[in-house]
Design a binder for this molecule. Structure first.
Ligand SMILES: [Fe+2]
Length: 315
């Protein structure tokens, strides 16, 4: 590839990145989103959350040396898609580069997005310090497989520059955490056990501090924790996109159909058939599509361009 050729959307990661994800359970991907894409997504965040700056002082509830805790205020800045704003934010979770990474990571052609949420954090809104934990507990009813392709991939995307003072997620690579404990230790409720576990994991902690446009792909067995925003007036705009193999009923989080009152035209009016398929919409050529279903779908979403579905049907 010559230097003047901009990378195509699916070339925003390398085979080595996928290998790192397989081995360590986590990989930081720089420049997945262009500065224009980040700016458009930030404008949507400003609109949706109604402000672009946090308070002057960090809210700190835990004492020095204490382990972070989960608290409900940490999660108040979450909006699942679709949101009442432009396609920039609504479709960034099914950006071609993210779909491509999910396919490569899970080694399958058909992927499904099962969580897609914008997450804004502002200095002073909460003490965002969390304990180290693995995410599998609310993504599956069992446990993570040691074969990554049998699990799912979470892709956490930054649209603002994220320093440690802006709550960069802290994490431990799988190579390091294996010296300490398996992911099941995250469920142990014994406070003494947890105190020891947290102290050991802390020795191996790394920061995901990265510029806007970075995507962090990780598995549900990787130890990580949210960290507090301490930068005066600081904010962090991020999006969490979780992918699984289509048809894998062992993994789930958001049932899109349950959220039918959200503004779905914001997605249907702008998404490609490939992007819609990630949400479970039958692709062009699927026998589901008939004259009747096309007419019904058009009535439900008047702005949806059904041409590719109609054309595939008549072929
Ligand atoms: Fe988490």
């Amino acid at each position: 590839m010559n230097h003047m050729t901009p990378p195509t959307r699916s070339q925003r990661f390398t085979a080595a990145d996928v290998e790192t994800w397989e081995r360590e359970g986590i990989v930081l991907l720089r420049d997945v989103f262009t500065s224009e894409e980040c700016a458009a997504v930030r404008a949507d965040f400003d609109l949706v959350f109604g402000r672009a700056a946090g308070g002057g002082e960090a809210l700190v509830k835990k004492k020095d040396g204490e382990i972070g805790r989960f608290n409900p205020a940490q999660f108040t800045g979450i909006e699942i898609v679709p949101v009442d704003c432009s396609p920039a934010l609504n479709l960034i979770g099914v950006h071609p580069a993210l779909m491509a990474f999910a396919r490569a990571a899970l080694k399958t052609e058909a992927v499904h997005i099962y969580q897609c949420q914008a997450w804004a954090k502002f200095t002073g809104d909460a003490d965002y310090d969390q304990p180290f934990h693995c995410d599998f507990a609310n993504h599956t009813l069992t446990v993570p497989s040691e074969d990554s392709t049998k699990n799912s991939v979470t892709i956490f995307c930054y649209f603002t520059d994220v320093t440690d003072a802006h709550g960069a997620t802290r994490y431990v690579t799988r190579t390091d955490s294996q010296k300490v404990a398996g992911p099941e230790a995250t469920l142990n409720p014994d406070p003494e056990f947890q105190a020891k576990l947290q102290a050991e994991l802390l020795k191996h902690e790394r920061s995901s501090a990265s510029p806007a446009g970075t995507a962090i792909a990780y598995t549900t067995d990787v130890y990580h924790r949210g960290a507090n925003l301490t930068a005066p007036g600081g904010h962090r705009y991020a999006l969490m996109a979780c992918y699984k193999k289509a048809g894998d009923e062992s993994v789930g989080f958001t049932a899109w159909q349950f959220h039918h009152t959200r503004p779905w035209r914001r997605i249907f009016d702008h998404a490609t058939p490939e992007q819609l398929a990630c949400f479970g919409v039958q692709p062009p050529g699927d026998p589901f599509w008939t004259e009747t279903t096309l007419a019904r779908a058009q009535a439900r979403y008047p702005g949806w361009d059904l041409t590719p579905y109609r054309e595939a049907m008549t072929r």
